[in-house]
Design a protein around this ligand. Structure first.
Ligand code: HEC
Ligand code: HEC
Length: 303
């Protein structure tokens, strides 16, 4: 009996040792990814200063979801504090205490938003630049003009960080990274943005973020990598199981503006961020509608 106990003790100690080595490996593997210096293209983007561009920049800041994360005053906030992922803190973008506004050059803003890279060349965590990489120079310039025009807010917070569990996930699952810069091609030319208009191409340009939840094909289903208590995303192509074939264009616009569908279903804004998308203009929502209509009609769940 004593012998068995002794042996199981040794086995446990060996297993604990292996676990510690694995955790240390995950820690150092991710640490080198967090501190890597990135070489970004030197994009030159004109930053306007007129009131009309600033107003446009505000609207883009709203419908692209920046405001939902960074706050109405751009003061930043603790967006998520979850031991499985870490601490997601969206930065204070103003010139106030704890804000980055005073130090950022125009090139720093472009590099930060478009490529997810800080002025010291290290990558940001969690900031979804993968979606903003496609934004045109004109849209990005207007957004930066708006950020620069905003009054200072004092709000000092710690930096975002990935928890040990998050680091283990990043090490073990190649598809999951909390460093958006790792997913952004830095050495090939950016695709040109389409012309503004009520076209499927422009609609596609406006809907990059929808695909995170509704799937690359927009046919919906359970959202991979999201907490299990999240509802699945509905099919928003015109295929099987989709509500959209019975809607008119006006119904669609009304749904995104009010969060209420023609079937009187209330869309929960904590899952479906219509509170951001409602700032799209009528023409922008019409472009999204013609884009959804143009998609292959897939049955639900073929994401
Ligand atoms: C899902 C939430 C989310 C959205 C949407 C989002 N951000 Fe961020 N943003 C973050 C987080 C988190 C960070 C902090 C990154 C870090 O600390 O590594 C950040 C950092 C930044 C920074 C650098 C701040 C700093 O302290 O270094 C800028 C600039 C920025 N975001 C601008 C934008 C703009 C402009 C948009 C919209 C086009 C946007 N963000 C949309 C979450 C978000
Ligand atoms: C963060 C995840 C997420 C994003 C991003 C997102 N959606 Fe959704 N969407 C959902 C979920 C979840 C529902 C179901 C909500 C509910 O039942 O309360 C939904 C519902 C909808 C509906 C209602 C469908 C129906 O059958 O009632 C439409 C239309 C829709 N989304 C369109 C869009 C469009 C267009 C975009 C991008 C501009 C978008 N969504 C972005 C998650 C998302």
């Amino acid at each position: 009996m004593k012998k068995i106990l002794k042996w199981s003790g040794i086995i446990l100690a060996v297993l604990a040792g292996i676990l510690l080595v694995a955790l240390a490996a995950a820690y150092f593997q991710t640490q080198s990814r967090f501190t890597r210096a990135y070489q970004t293209p030197n994009d030159v983007v004109a930053i306007p200063t007129d009131a009309e561009s600033i107003a446009l920049g505000k609207r883009i800041f709203q419908y692209r979801g920046c405001e939902a994360c960074h706050g109405e005053k751009l003061e930043g906030k603790v967006y998520l504090d979850n031991p499985a992922v870490g601490l997601v803190i969206s930065g204070n973008l103003t010139k106030g205490a704890g804000g980055i506004g005073r130090e950022m050059s125009d090139a720093d803003w472009v590099r930060g938003i478009r490529y997810g890279i800080r002025p010291d060349k290290t990558p940001m965590l969690f900031m979804p630049s993968t979606e903003f990489y496609f934004m045109s120079d004109a849209d990005l310039g207007a957004v930066i003009a708006y950020i620069k025009s905003m009054p200072a807010v004092d709000n000092t917070m710690p930096r975002s960080s990935v928890s040990l569990m998050g680091r283990v996930v990043m090490t073990l699952v190649p598809q999951i990274t909390f460093i958006p810069a790792e997913l952004i091609p830095m050495s090939t030319a950016r695709p040109a943005a389409p012309e503004v208009g009520i076209t499927p191409e422009y609609g596609e340009y406006l809907t990059g973020s929808c695909k995170v939840c509704h799937g690359l094909t927009m046919s919906g289903g359970a959202i991979p990598g999201f907490p299990s208590d999240w509802p699945p995303a509905p099919n928003i192509t015109f295929g099987g199981g989709s509500a959209l074939p019975t809607w008119s264009e006006a119904d669609f616009i009304n749904t995104i503006r009010t969060g209420k569908t023609p079937m009187k279903k209330e869309l929960r804004s904590q899952y479906m961020p219509w509170g951001s998308y409602k700032y799209m203009s009528d023409d922008e929502l019409k472009a999204v509608w013609v884009y959804l209509k143009s998609l292959p009609k897939l049955d639900y769940g073929n994401r």
